[in-house]
Design a protein around this ligand. Structure first.
Ligand SMILES: Nc1ncnc2c1ncn2[C@@H]1O[C@H](COP(=O)(O)OP(=O)(O)O)[C@@H](O)[C@H]1O
Ligand SMILES: [Mg+2]
Length: 257
């Protein structure tokens, strides 16, 4: 039964997508069958894993959840939409149409658990399901939190980067109280870390005590991360021996416990 990890932070540009795809690829390297679910209408995870969202119909993407059918029908459609990518990660892609999801689903009964119900049927097929969220705390992100076992929060090591983290923790508490009592925060992943600046060190030292959650080893800042998506692979394939690749392999080991 897959362990479901939601990669969440309502801020953009904090390395959610990079963390989602690279962690997923690192889990595959360790022999785990892993599905990545792209919940962001920008479809950056889809694109970064070598699939062009422009080539997909809504029914071949996570937008299939917008069809008002029962969870069994969603699960059947999901199985058909999943593609295997070159990094060995299975992908449930996103397309632009997902942008209207929060609105389209707003009036539907059980709207927070549409993803959880749909994924229930495919969970036994994988060891891990990694969900890449959009930069919002809207309905699709709530769906991710309801479907998840654990939350991973990528955070950029700079001043004010943790503004909004309190709100995220409150949202997680609320989801726990109302619909997913087992939900836990696996930890914060400090990203784009530049160990040379005292400032980054100070931001990092403050995180754990302030929010009462675990802090994983940080991911170094590296230009290699920007290069990989252009060829539709993760840094594990394009720069396998880089410090960035090692950092995500270490994160996978930490997740595997
Ligand atoms: N460790 C890193 N070092 C340098 N650049 C990074 C790193 N991680 C991510 N990036 C870059 O930062 C930008 C934002 O990352 P992304 O994963 O898309 O963030 P998000 O999904 O939170 O919006 C991308 O251009 C990505 O290549
Ligand atoms: Mg993203």
């Amino acid at each position: 039964m897959a362990q479901v990890l939601a990669i969440v932070n309502q801020k953009g540009g904090v390395a959610k997508t990079t963390t989602a795809i690279t962690l997923a690829a690192a889990l595959v390297e360790c022999g785990n069958s892993t599905l990545l679910v792209d919940l962001d209408a920008q479809a950056c995870a889809t694109f970064s894993l070598g699939i062009d969202p422009e080539d997909l119909k809504a029914s071949q993407s996570i937008a299939l959840l917008l069809d008002d059918v029962d969870p069994e029908e969603h699960a059947r459609a999901i199985r058909q939409a999943i593609q295997r990518t070159e990094d060995g990660v299975y992908l449930l892609p996103s397309v632009m149409a997902v942008a209207s999801a929060d609105l389209s689903l707003a009036a539907r009964p059980g709207r927070e658990s549409i993803l959880a119900r749909a994924l229930a049927t495919v969970r036994p097929d994988y060891d891990f399901i990694v969900i890449d969220c959009s930069p919002s705390l809207g309905l699709m992100t709530i769906n991710a939190l309801v479907a998840a076992d654990e939350v991973i929060v990528p955070l950029k090591c700079e001043t004010l980067s943790h503004r909004g983290l309190g709100q995220l923790m409150e949202t997680i508490d609320e989801v726990r109280r109302w619909s997913n009592p087992e939900l836990t925060v696996a930890g914060i992943v400090p990203t784009m870390f530049d160990g040379r600046t005292a400032h980054a060190q100070a931001v990092l030292a403050d995180l754990g005590p302030r929010y009462g959650v675990a802090v994983f080893d940080s991911i170094p800042r590296s230009i290699r991360f920007a290069e990989a998506p252009a060829v539709g692979r993760t840094i594990l394939a394009t720069s396998p021996r880089s410090a960035g690749a090692s950092a995500y392999r270490a994160l996978a080991q930490a997740v595997l416990g």
